[in-house]
Design a protein around this ligand. Structure first.
Ligand SMILES: [Zn+2]
Length: 181
């Protein structure tokens, strides 16, 4: 990192503590502003958050900072994320498990996230940044029961998926299958 960026990150983190941790402004507004910066500044800023912000006190902030780092595939924070896993047993456990799976996948050298998305454990909706929607359909099982089908192509590995979305639960369930040619 160049000196100028180090200065930017330390200034950002200082005002984050003053404005957000004090309760003056919302953390997600601050995150949105940081995300308009360079990837280097973003990465360094979110690393500061997961390193110095207390997860017992601010679990949501730490979780969402990890979410951004996972999006950036920052495998430097993998060990930190692993260490926090036992703490999240009750709250956010599945969300953490999903973030950890994504980062383990990136760390193993996989170029895209498809192998995690298709794993039914994580119930991933087909609306992810690197996926292109290539078609939609409905599937009717009987007179009352219908599911949506979204066809997507991964821009990285080019695999195509058929994702069936079942809305008959409290929240939508997504089932991933390789798209039939
Ligand atoms: Zn892929």
């Amino acid at each position: 990192m160049i000196v100028n960026q180090i200065f930017i990150v330390s200034t950002l983190f200082k005002s984050f503590k003053e404005d957000v941790l004090s309760g003056k402004s919302k953390y997600y507004d601050f995150f949105t502003a940081v995300k308009s910066g360079t990837p280097e500044v973003m990465t360094e800023f979110f690393r500061e958050i997961v390193t110095y912000v207390k997860y017992q006190k601010h679990p949501k902030i730490v979780k969402d900072a990890f979410r951004e780092l996972v999006q950036l595939r920052d495998i430097i924070v993998l060990e930190k994320l692993r260490q926090l896993m036992p703490i999240w047993k009750d709250s956010y456990y599945m969300e953490y498990a999903y973030l950890l799976a994504l980062l383990e996948n990136a760390s193993s050298g996989k170029r895209c996230n498809c192998d995690i998305y298709k794993d039914s454990t994580y119930n991933v909706a087909p609306y992810q940044e690197e996926l292109e929607i290539i078609g939609r359909d409905n599937h009717r099982y009987d007179d009352h029961f219908e599911t949506q089908i979204v066809y997507v192509r991964c821009r990285i590995c080019t695999r195509e998926w058929e994702v069936e979305i079942d809305d008959s639960y409290h929240y939508p369930h997504s089932h991933w299958r390789p798209k039939q040619k």
